[in-house]
Design a protein around this ligand. Structure first.
Ligand SMILES: Nc1ncnc2c1ncn2[C@@H]1O[C@H](COP(=O)(O)OP(=O)(O)OP(=O)(O)O)[C@@H](O)[C@H]1O
Ligand SMILES: Nc1ccn([C@H]2C[C@H](O)[C@@H](COP(=O)(O)O)O2)c(=O)n1
Length: 225
């Protein structure tokens, strides 16, 4: 039986499981996948690589339209490039992570990336899972399903320090909270739960349980379309 195309928005703070969940749900249901954090990381990487002062919003705004960012939407191999260079690895460095909140707070950057995100979602014939911070509130306010993932700072720090091969738990927790605070307090399109989003606290759930929960919610939406 052919399934209805659905647009799914998954938002939430860092380390709540957005990427892992979104990729698995998209793969399981044959949907496209878009990692919007990777796009903000890619434009931040370009700024750093081109010597733009990431503490200067005017300098960032002046060049926000220059880099060409191409995002893959295959959940099993998403990929991302800037001006033809594969940046999937470089966008995960500590330097980019520490600067991405400042760059993504600049309205000209958000306008550029939001437009790109909307065009990618519109082109996804079988539907798409789009994950980020402002997808349900700003980018795709008419999404068929909106999920807001949360988890305690302790759970999120433990997950991240596991990923970073045993990085200090306290330092990891503080860095996560600092980034969340910056992302939640910016003027333009902050990290926020949409009024009609389903909140899922993943603190005490395994990744598999979260995936099953979201797959069920998506299938219910598809059945009702
Ligand atoms: N429910 C869970 N239980 C245990 N570990 C999890 C769970 N969800 C995700 N993880 C692990 O936590 C880490 C962070 O997950 P993920 O990258 O999906 O989070 P995120 O919300 O996309 O973070 P960010 O916004 O910083 O990119 C990964 O190592 C992932 O495998
Ligand atoms: N829709 C989005 C997605 C991401 N960002 C910014 C804020 C995050 O700290 C950063 C990196 O995201 P991550 O790769 O950790 O998911 O990108 C945003 O402002 N809006």
């Amino acid at each position: 039986m052919e399934r209805a195309a659905v647009i799914v928005a998954i938002d939430g703070p860092s380390g709540t499981g957005k990427s892992s969940t979104s990729k698995a749900v998209a793969a399981q249901l044959g949907l496209s996948y878009l990692d919007t954090g990777a796009q903000y990381r890619a434009i931040t990487w370009w700024m750093v690589n081109n010597g733009i002062d990431t503490d200067d919003p005017t300098a960032i705004a002046a060049v926000a339209g220059k880099p060409e960012i191409v995002s893959g939407t295959d959940p099993s191999a998403p990929g991302i490039s800037v001006d033809g260079t594969d940046v999937a690895g470089p966008i995960r460095t500590q330097e980019v992570t520490s600067k991405v909140s400042a760059v993504s707070a600049v309205p000209e950057v958000r306008a550029r990336i939001t437009e790109l995100q909307r065009s990618i979602a519109a082109a996804a014939e079988n539907g798409i899972v789009v994950e980020g911070r402002d997808i349900g509130t700003t980018v795709l306010p008419d999404a068929d399903l909106k999920i807001f993932l949360t988890a305690s700072p302790e759970a999120r720090a433990a997950r991240r320090s596991g990923e970073l091969k045993g990085a200090d738990l306290h330092t990891t927790r503080e860095a996560l909270l600092k980034r969340d605070a910056a992302d939640s307090s910016r003027k333009t399109s902050p990290l926020a739960k949409a009024g009609d989003a389903v909140e899922v606290d993943t603190s005490d759930l395994t990744l598999q349980q979260v995936i099953e929960c979201v797959v069920t919610l998506v299938e219910e939406k598809q059945a009702g379309k």
